[in-house]
Design a protein. Structure first.
Length: 137
């Protein structure tokens, strides 16, 4: 960690399903659940806390492999990253609707930078340089 800054990339998911009432009529609002994803374990298992999952990107900011890891993380987003999010968040362009489930999943990828600052260890949102990310593709 030459410059003392470390980059993390974590996934979140929102899963949605439509349900029926007791008479078999579709309900108006879908059932929706949110959570953190450990992509190396399961892209469908939701966890309550980011501390319960491993980051997908976990590399020093000055590591030459950083943008290759970011591109790899972007490839997991169905349809790729739709748009640049806000403060280090990127959303998937498409949803994932597995044939063996009633849920549809939408994903987001969140980047943070952890470093030792004047007030001790600090974490803040981090925006990758998209020109470097595209060059690594």
């Amino acid at each position: 960690m030459a410059n003392g800054r470390h980059i993390f990339g974590h996934y979140t998911a929102t899963r949605v399903r439509w349900d029926e009432d007791a008479e078999g009529n579709p309900i108006e609002e879908p059932i929706e659940e949110h959570g953190w994803i450990d992509w190396n374990w399961s892209s469908r298992q939701l966890h309550e806390s980011r501390n319960d999952v491993r980051p997908y990107v976990d590399v020093d900011e000055d590591d030459p492999e950083l943008y290759e890891e970011i591109q790899d993380a972007f490839r997991n987003l169905p349809g790729g990253p739709e748009r640049e999010g806000h403060q280090g968040t990127f959303y998937a362009a498409d949803t994932d609707s597995p044939f063996d489930e009633v849920w549809s999943y939408s994903y987001a990828l969140h980047f943070t930078c952890k470093f030792f600052g004047p007030n001790g260890w600090t974490e803040q949102p981090w925006e990758p340089d998209l020109t470097q990310a595209k060059a690594a593709a």
